[in-house]
Write a protein that binds this ligand. Structure first.
Ligand SMILES: Cc1cc2nc3c(=O)[nH]c(=O)nc-3n(C[C@H](O)[C@H](O)[C@H](O)COP(=O)(O)OP(=O)(O)OC[C@H]3O[C@@H](n4cnc5c(N)ncnc54)[C@H](O)[C@@H]3O)c2cc1C
Length: 392
């Protein structure tokens, strides 16, 4: 068997890169180890309308559960900050292009795979890629296993879209540092019965709630919510904290998901001879929010376009494929680096600091966060001034 391009992984990164490559007349095979594309979900499913624009898709109620109109941040001491009321992130709530929504990823991911198949991509499900075929230092296919049968499948390019646990990057000899401190462990329930506004997000912070991360409540329409959390702490599991928080709620789970998010920023090199890396496998995730849907979709689109050009030029060498690395970094690298810097500074905030910051927001928003208010606040918390200097 021989294809122009093989894609390992069938969710957002895989489906988008294969869709774009197939639309550009490449022979594409996408391989997914799960029996069904889109499951299990392993995502809080929040994104913005920019994702649809990037993918040239008409937003549809088929896979959008909720439109987001506001968000509430809850400090460790219970103080709440209404971001909309305080004029923070207004752009995200009011601009048609950047406003947020909650997807149904089981439907969305499968919809992307269906579009890709309709454009000509062949798809193998319940098939695991075990190895890469490498000849003279160039990747030229994969070894895959389907229902006990092992097969070699050849291609001119392989796209590694195999997520946070990416084996493909390691097999390709690309540096993929997975420092456990930089992986956020997540656990999430889809809960029924929680009385929350179906258009509002909630974020909870604090060592007792989600050490080294945060807890989220994202509404999935009127009937259910994604309530999950991510932690970076060896003391207990994410599931432990999830059970602790939900024990006091009058709501019942209909789904439990466990997963990891890479928060260390992008890997150093996302291409080699015959291979490109996209999505979580490449660390294309915002290190502060853990959001990767939009970045993955955008980078996978670039990967599909670059792969198509390379095949047409009959040159899939690292030198040609480097164009992908240059293009996606041009669009996202600076933002990811800034986010990583913020995340490292935020790691140093204690619960007391977060409570103090929340108090500052609550008491100063009526004065439009005047300079005098800020000076008084930083005078009371000089170590935060040091931290702000680190940011800048
Ligand atoms: C709990 C949680 C909540 C999140 N919430 C959000 C959110 O609200 N908003 C947001 O923007 N982002 C969120 N993210 C991040 C987002 O889900 C990812 O960034 C995004 O799914 C990355 O897509 P991907 O295609 O690169 O990887 P994945 O979605 O991980 O897909 C990788 C696919 O590859 C397959 N695969 C792996 N190895 C092989 C193999 N050897 N052979 C064949 N197939 C293989 C897997 O089965 C999987 O289907 C969240 C992540 C988690 C874990």
């Amino acid at each position: 068997m021989k294809y122009d391009m093989i894609v390992v992984g069938g969710r957002i990164g895989g489906s988008v890169s294969s869709l774009i490559a197939s639309q550009n007349d490449l022979d594409v095979l996408m391989i997914e180890k799960r029996q069904e594309i889109g499951t299990p979900v392993q995502c809080a499913e929040g994104t913005t309308y920019q994702t649809f624009e990037t993918l040239d898709m008409k937003p549809s109620k088929k896979y959008i559960c909720s439109d987001i109109e506001g968000a509430m941040v809850h400090a460790p001491d219970g103080r709440s900050i209404d971001l909309f009321e305080y004029g923070l992130m207004l752009e995200n709530f009011t601009n048609e292009k950047t406003k947020g929504c909650i997807l149904d990823r089981k439907i969305f991911d499968k919809h992307l795979a269906i579009q890709s198949a309709k454009a000509g991509t062949e798809i193998m499900v319940k098939t695991t890629v075990k190895d890469l075929i490498i000849k003279d230092g160039r990747i030229c296919g994969v070894v895959a296993k389907h229902l006990g049968k092992t097969m070699e499948i050849h291609s001119d390019i392989v796209i590694a879209a195999d997520g946070v646990e990416s084996n493909m990057t390691r097999l390709a000899g690309l540096d993929n540092p997975k420092n456990p401190k930089d992986i956020c462990s997540c656990a999430q329930y889809e809960l029924v019965g929680l009385d929350v506004d179906p258009h509002w997000l909630h974020f909870y912070f604090g060592r007792e709630i989600a050490p080294g991360g945060y807890l989220w409540i994202f509404p999935k329409g009127k009937e259910s919510v994604n309530l999950g959390l991510g932690i970076r702490s060896p003391e207990n599991t994410a599931y432990h904290y999830l059970k602790k928080f939900t024990a006091k709620l009058d709501a019942t789970p209909v789904e439990l998901n466990i997963g990891g998010v890479p928060l260390s920023g992008p890997i150093d090199k996302t291409y080699t001879d015959g291979l490109l890396v996209v999505g979580d496998a490449a660390g294309q995730v915002d290190p502060i929010t853990g959001g990767g849907i939009h970045i993955t979709a955008s980078c996978a689109k670039i990967a599909g376009e670059v792969a198509a050009r390379a095949i047409k030029m009959e040159d899939t060498s690292a030198k040609t494929l480097q164009e992908y690395d240059i293009l996606w970094r041009k669009e996202f690298e600076e933002g990811l680096k800034t986010s990583l810097k913020y995340r490292k500074a935020a790691d140093k905030l204690s619960d007391k600091d977060m409570n103090a910051l929340a108090e500052y927001f609550v008491t100063n928003h009526s004065e439009n966060f005047s300079k005098l208010g800020a000076i008084k606040f930083l005078g009371k918390h000089p170590h935060l001034l040091k931290l702000i200097k680190e940011f800048l």
